[in-house]
Design a protein around this ligand. Structure first.
Ligand SMILES: [Zn+2]
Length: 135
């Protein structure tokens, strides 16, 4: 089995395991608990401390660029009054990262395996056989 970069991006954007495509990144019935390993294929999801920190950096970056800056621009453009902009920014500064948490964990994994697809367990056999030219 060989997983392509396109498959990695599709799986990352839909919060799926980058290795097998299962909806297994998070423990069933929980919103924020990441499985230490995929229950379907066994790939280690919680790889190290960097996986959490990287996902949080991505989360805060998207929150600032994708939410807070647009609110600021709406305020500066006169489309939002100051009090409304302050309230929206204050609530969004905490709410947006919560809503984006699951995607940020998945997107961070997607980012890692997009650049290093040969590290996916499903691609290890292809690399050993020299079949990784199409990855
Ligand atoms: Zn899996």
């Amino acid at each position: 089995m060989t997983v392509t970069r396109l498959q990695i991006v599709r799986r990352g954007l839909s919060n799926r395991c980058p290795n097998c495509g299962g909806k297994t990144l998070f423990k069933e019935g929980t919103l924020f608990q990441v499985n230490p390993a995929c229950p379907v294929c066994g790939m280690k999801i919680e790889r190290d401390e960097g996986s959490f920190l990287g996902a949080m950096s991505l989360n805060y970056g998207i929150t600032i660029i994708g939410f807070l800056v647009p609110v600021l621009l709406l305020y500066m453009g006169g489309l939002l009054p100051g009090v409304a902009a302050a309230i929206i920014a204050g609530v969004g500064a905490f709410g947006f990262p919560l809503l984006f948490y699951r995607s940020s964990r998945s997107w961070w994994l997607m980012n890692y395996y997009f650049f290093l697809p040969q590290h996916l367990p499903a691609n290890l056999g292809a690399v050993r056989k020299g079949e990784d030219q199409n990855i």
